[in-house]
Design a protein. Structure first.
Length: 212
């Protein structure tokens, strides 16, 4: 009779569950921090009224996207497991919906928080991070994080421009695209690098990435 390695399968499942749980926790904590640090239209006020940047999209490029990339990329780095960035992204969406409903956290209607489009945007971001990490696996980790941050932030911004903002704000003007995309790439690179810097001490504390 064939013997199936059930003990090893259970061990692998438990290990993956722990890593997935870390992704869920990071997504949930990230959502709480973001909603209470940037309530309502505070990002739009900062971007357009204080910094006088064009829009729509400055807040996504400079604040929301980089923050999300830091959280999702760090969760992937800490676990070194495919799919965890996507899990963290979905946990972020669910946590946002719960906080808005239960605690009345204020959000900017332009961002479509809690909608199906918001879910699609974050799922796409998580998937972009997963794909770029796989395709850039031959790079050094720091360069891999830089590339992932820049590409993922650009993917998120373009999705908002093409799908969300035409419904909630307006179409971006062609003359504003170079400036906003430049900000997007720079802040994406920065988010990826900061995630890499944070990963190094945290990995020694959690030591999840080396356990199988």
């Amino acid at each position: 009779m064939l013997k199936f390695p059930t003990r090893r399968l259970v061990k692998i499942d438990v290990a993956y569950a722990k890593k997935a749980a870390l992704g869920v926790a990071m997504g949930a904590v990230g959502a709480a921090l973001f909603l209470f640090a940037f309530p309502g239209g505070s990002i739009s006020t900062l971007m357009h009224d204080v910094l006088h940047l064009p829009g729509p999209g400055a807040g996504i490029a400079a604040v929301f996207g980089p923050f999300l990339i830091f959280v999702l990329l760090l969760s992937s780095l800490l676990t070194r497991t495919r799919g965890v960035a996507l899990i963290a992204a979905l946990a972020f969406v669910v946590s946002c919906m719960v906080l808005v409903q239960v605690h009345g956290a204020r959000t900017n209607p332009k961002g479509a928080f809690g909608s199906l489009l918001f879910l699609a945007a974050l799922a796409l971001l998580g998937l972009a991070i997963e794909v770029v990490l796989v395709l850039s696996s031959a790079f050094r980790p720091a360069r891999q994080c830089l590339l992932t941050g820049a590409v993922a932030n650009a993917v998120l911004l373009i999705f908002y421009w093409l799908v969300i903002f035409p419904r909630t704000a307006s179409w971006v003007k062609w003359k504003d695209v170079p400036v906003l995309m430049g900000i997007c790439l720079v802040t994406g690179l920065l988010a990826g690098y900061v995630a890499w810097l944070a990963f190094q001490p945290l990995s020694r504390v959690l030591a999840l990435g080396d356990k199988e």
